[in-house]
Design a protein around this ligand. Sequence first.
Ligand code: PLP
Length: 419
Amino acid sequence: MNTDVFAAYESNVRRYGRSFPTVFKKALGATIWDEAGKPYIDFLVGSGALNYGHNDPNIIAPAIEYLVGENILLSLDMYTVAKREFIEVFVDSILKPRGLSYKIQFPGPTGTNANEAALALARKYTGRSSVMAFTNAFHGMSLGSLAVSGSASTRELGGVARHDVIRVPYDGYPSQAFDSASYIDWVLGDPGSGIEKPAAIILETIQAEGGLNTASAAWLTEIQRICRKHDVVLIVDDIQAGAGRTGEFFSFEFAKIKPDIVCLSKSLSGSGSPFSIVLISPDLDIWNPGEHSGTFRGNNLAFVTAGAMCKLWSDGQFTTGVERTAVKLQTHLDSLVAKFPDCIEQKRGRGLMAGLKCRSQAIVGRVHDVAFENGLLIESSGPNRDVIKVLPPITITDDELDHGISILDHALKEQANGH
Ligand SMILES: *Cc1c(COP(=O)(O)O)cnc(C)c1O
């Protein structure tokens, strides 16, 4: 496999290419093939950006039709037919059935664009500068998002000061014995706490990059209550956990909360095409026209594929299929935990957003390598990179899921046998 051109010309910053040293060419569903025709089951799915697998025909067919029709591809934030249809289907298939009413902002196409817009709006709305963010959070690579992220190596990037962030413990940090929600409630109410009232609390319901740490429904409900009590904007960064990853469209549905602002990206286009939206409670929508912008706010091809993805959620067979796959995945992981206690400490995550916390980074590294050799793409996460991230497409077939898990099982067995 010729990778010379990458080594010669691509920046040293490249990572996944080193982690999976082959050249990929084709993909369909949960399978991706390299140039030599070797298939791999994809449990990495573009770090959560391909929840619907590769080239789902329900999503790609409308895009092909759109492309051959001399339709609009880029439109800034002008009105287009494709954008109107996306808004209509998003409202009808996603928001209304869940009793949600949000205004939709179209920022630039990346996740961090959405978070920056959300943070800016919360600051404008409240007139306050600081934001509360959690241990092990990850919110993106631009400065405002970096500032609210938890990881030391991420935060040090940029080489400038990251002001106006109050770090607070996530649910279960440092242990389940600590009640972080009560702590936050207390410091916000105590004039002696030394902590000023923030514009917003920004959180992930499952910390994907942070090691698949999950927030409980009770904790999320409590954080929402605290935000309302202290007049603080609640922002849910649903960039990785949303768009179906947990088995529900939004990752917070199980907790029955209604965040003031929700950021979506990654799998939102359903196709891997870059696309982000910020959902804003109508009373918070105090933007002036054109006050926030971005050249690629109008990626019409993404509107088309996102619309096709949203339509899937109106189909009862689709949603029960996703729920069933989530249960199947969890059952598989429970059996791996039971089988390999020397490698795996615990199962983490929820629905199809799962992880296996291992006993060391070295185990995860070796499992990754053996899995890759045998045709499975997995990645690690967490501050110590000792969590195997298991993110199959939510539309994966039973055969593909069983096959991927059997490769993972084999890789774990080699570690357990001391290879
Ligand atoms: C990936 C991710 C982001 C950043 O998205 P980009 O498109 O890489 O800017 C933000 N928050 C979460 C939770 C993510 O997983």
